[in-house]
Design a protein around this ligand. Structure first.
Ligand code: PBG
Length: 335
């Protein structure tokens, strides 16, 4: 005689009980997103007529210095605590030696000062890498086709000191040279900037998702070769964790995983393993995919919030995202 399976008369666990009404769903929401979790990356141009929408990033504009000031005021109004400045520099002034990277009057430094003028409370974050001022589009100095590590680190230190003098609150080394964090930290300690925060682009992968950014800063078409000798192979989880451990040991205060969405596993792992403020960069290509599909009518605008909640669920304390003002506005409306 075959025994009959016993089918209980009701499901043992009814998870739908807590999904029944908006109030119950609100009560049982595990993670939240607020404007204070956002860092807003902005592009600032020094080229006359360089301002305006970036074709591959619909809805994102290159700003003049005045535009950057207005963005800073918008950030303040919306409760976005930080703006990250990316320079769109004059192509005629890019050189092999990248000397403009440490010119106190370069567009990045002028933007830092302009923002601080109107919004001194805003945390201004910088990008430390030579690409905006490099004739060949690389983040480091190039000799005979090789990216020079130690010479680049020296240049980055000079660059960072001018950013600190301009009033930056957070240094964001995105270059991926070895030893840069230790060198930056030592230079800050030695030059009256002991309290300078460093948010290291620690787990930065060699990604195709940076394409629209390179359009935005005028680096596309310029890059000779690729960045695979310094950015991490997208297949390498353990190597990315070593980068984070190393940068923290060298003096980083916060770390970043970049890009974001294809690397959520690392966001969670970095947060759990190191227990330090962890940020994800939802990069230009991620923005372009989402915003582009929304504009085509292929996705609803709700996916913007969903994508950012995903970072919070993965353990990120904050997110660098071009959606920052759009999302902060939405959050303010919701109250
Ligand atoms: C380079 C830098 C890049 C980004 C931030 N800093 C591009 C690169 O590494 O080629 C990309 C950001 C984005 O795609 O939104 N210093």
């Amino acid at each position: 005689m075959s025994s009959m399976p016993i089918i209980p008369p009701f499901p043992a666990t009814r998870l739908r009980r807590l999904r029944r009404t908006p109030a119950l769903r609100a009560l049982t929401t595990e993670v939240t997103l607020s404007a204070s979790n956002l860092i807003w990356p902005v592009f600032v141009t020094e080229i006359a007529g360089g301002e305006g929408e970036i074709a591959s990033m619909p809805g994102v504009e290159r700003l003049t210095l005045d535009g950057a000031k207005r963005a800073a005021e918008t950030a303040m109004r919306l409760g976005i605590p930080s703006i990250c400045v990316f320079p769109h520099s004059d192509p005629d002034l890019k050189t092999e030696g990248c000397e403009r990277a440490w010119d106190p009057e370069n567009i990045g430094n002028r933007a830092i000062r302009a923002i601080k003028e109107v919004a001194p409370e805003l945390a201004v974050m910088t990008d430390i890498a030579l690409d905006p001022y490099n004739i060949n589009g690389h983040d480091g100095l190039v000799r005979d086709g090789i990216i020079l590590n130690d010479e680049t680190v020296e240049a980055l230190v000079r660059m960072a000191l001018t950013q600190a003098e301009a009033g930056a609150d957070i240094l964001g080394p995105s270059d991926m040279m070895d030893g840069r964090i230790a060198a930056l930290r030592a230079a800050m300690e030695a030059n009256g900037h002991k309290d300078m925060a460093i948010l290291s682009y620690a787990a930065k992968f060699a990604s195709g998702f940076y394409g629209p950014f390179r359009d935005a800063v005028g680096a596309s078409g310029r890059l000779v070769g690729d960045k695979k000798t310094y950015q991490v192979n997208p297949a390498n989880r353990e190597e990315a964790l070593r980068c984070v451990a190393r940068d923290l040991a060298e003096g980083a205060d916060m770390v970043m995983v970049k890009p974001g969405m294809p690397y959520l596993d690392l966001c969670r792992e970095v947060r759990d393993r190191f227990e330090v403020p962890t940020f994800a960069y939802q990069v230009s290509g991620e923005y372009a995919m989402i915003e582009g599909a929304i504009r085509q009518g292929w996705l609803s605008r709700d996916v913007v919030m969903e994508s950012l909640i995903g970072f919070r669920r993965a353990g990120c304390d904050g997110i660098l995202t071009y959606f920052a003002p759009q999302v902060a506005e939405l959050l303010a409306q919701k109250g």
